[in-house]
Ligand binder design. Sequence first.
Ligand SMILES: [Zn+2]
Length: 165
Amino acid sequence: MYCPYCRNPDSRVVDSRLADDGSAIRRRRQCPECGRRFSTVETTSLSVIKRSGAGEPFSRSKIINGVRKACQGRPVTEDDLALLAQEVEETVRASGVAEIDAHEVGLAILQPLRKLDQIAYLRFASVYQGFESLEDFEEAIDTLRRQAKDNERIPSGVQRPLTAQ
Ligand SMILES: [Zn+2]
């Protein structure tokens, strides 16, 4: 790897430590040429398998672009989108697999998007889960209403039990 300051093709590791609960290694490197230090992060590569069977590297920007369309006209900031993509990546990496179905990535998006913006969630879910009728929307909205009620009943700070999708 080239030194980002002087492009020297060599560097020396001065420190390594586990990051993100052991799913990554962060290395502090020093350039022997200019003496400056920089960090690298090593993670397992994560492939997303598309419906065609082709794989491509997991990409946060792809998540963001997909969700951004559903968020048009909604009070959702770029920071919100970046955080959501980070949460999605943490969720799929936590499963510990090297390959993940594109469908699973979509499922991992639904949960944090529902918390972020309910309209964007409905838009995304309607495309992603292939809503075909008003009944599909009604069902999704009923689920949102039920969850809003559950949230009211349980005081904040208390862990909520996992509910079925
Ligand atoms: Zn250098």
